[in-house]
Design a protein around this ligand. Sequence first.
Ligand code: BGP
Length: 472
Amino acid sequence: MFPENFLWGGAIAANQAEGAWLEDGKGPTIVDMIPHGAKRMTIKTGEVNPVTLLDGEFYPSHDAIDFYHHYKEDIRYFAEMGFKCFRTSIAWSRIFPQGDEEEPNEAGIAFYQDMFAECKKYGIEPLVTLCHFDVPMGLVDKYGSWRSRKVIDCFTRYAKVCFERFNGLVKYWLTFNEINVLLHAPFSGAGICFAPGENHDQAIYQAAHHELVASALATKIGHEVNPDNKIGCMMAGGQYYPYSCNPEDVWEAMQEDRKNMMFIDVQARGYYPSYSKRVFEEKGVKLEMGPDDLDILKENTVDFISFSYYSSRCASADPSVGLSEGNLIKTVRNPYLKVSEWGWQIDPLGLRITMNSMYDRYQKPLFIVENGLGAKDVIEEDGSINDDYRIDYLREHIKAMNEAIEDGVELMGYTTWGCIDVVSASTGEMSKRYGFIYVDRDDAGNGTLERRKKKSFDWYKKVIASNGEDID
Ligand code: BGP
């Protein structure tokens, strides 16, 4: 049984939805430099430095689905589905266009005040990520992004403005989206590009340390501004399974899990876990820390733990075992699982397993802030979109969530990813759709941007109205 006041809803992010990339004073961000197409991955991973926009390339974030101008219409749809909660992010560079100004951009603040007020009008609680893959390019160019301690100050100034100016409108906050993605896609995760011959791990973990300190300081500020604020961390989740019961595989799975959990260990418990020392030694990583950093981490842990879940993962000690696609993190192909059109494995029971193991580990409330099926949708002759495959996926995951709650896991809410179709973070495509609401736009940026309900729209409405009882 889902608890009363369970926060049902959906999620998007500024960089994949808003568009209006230079409007009303907004500055460019890392995602605005990542084109659709063949060059995308080398830029996302930080191997190629995107100093300028390239001629002849298409940059999907520049216009996205133009949520910037359509938000009233879109929020009306969310309200019609009965959303209790709507997750989105603030584009840092709408508030501080270059990232390091002393004073914020009032036009950016006004946009978010209006948008959050629109949610409140319908009784929808915003759940707001401060940084979802969109570090201002000004900070990348001047400081090398999160490599530099200086960016901690820029972020805390930005966070303070957000907590103060959206006080009363927003109560639920996340500091960094999928903080562990920095390990797997350093540029799109945190604006890190590499110099030739550089120790990548050193750059990555130093940047991670700065983000962790910045996250703790933001948590502190958020609690000071309003003690009712609930501030969470966010990871790209999904438990690792050993490929076999060979202890080598079991150990491998544990190591892979720890790589990702290290971030949450720090944010939830307030200190680097004991295993991190050896990891850093073996990778030749020496963290530079400020004198107060360990205290800051200790004193400012998060109120809840959120994560995205698309699939479980799998690990083998044998490098010849085949891999599968997945949410930015390649894993071993699990022969027991089906895959989506994009090759992402589908594992509802894995959600129950992930929830249980995270709750066992942290004993803090969980929030599932992304889950869903990226699929191609077809508009029938009569204009309908019959996305039964999406309904099936979500139904099975809701069942798994329900089981985990019965197992004793405390779960605050569930926001499905891409409740309205948005640009895909991994591929930049529009055709990888997650929404209950279709947006008329294709991979090359053509289309009217018209919104249209899919079959899943009424289904999710019914799920929410029955508090998760009626999911057929
Ligand atoms: C997560 C991101 C989202 C979102 C989602 C789906 O990594 O937090 O921004 O995009 O994955 O991934 P994709 O868009 O690549 O299908």
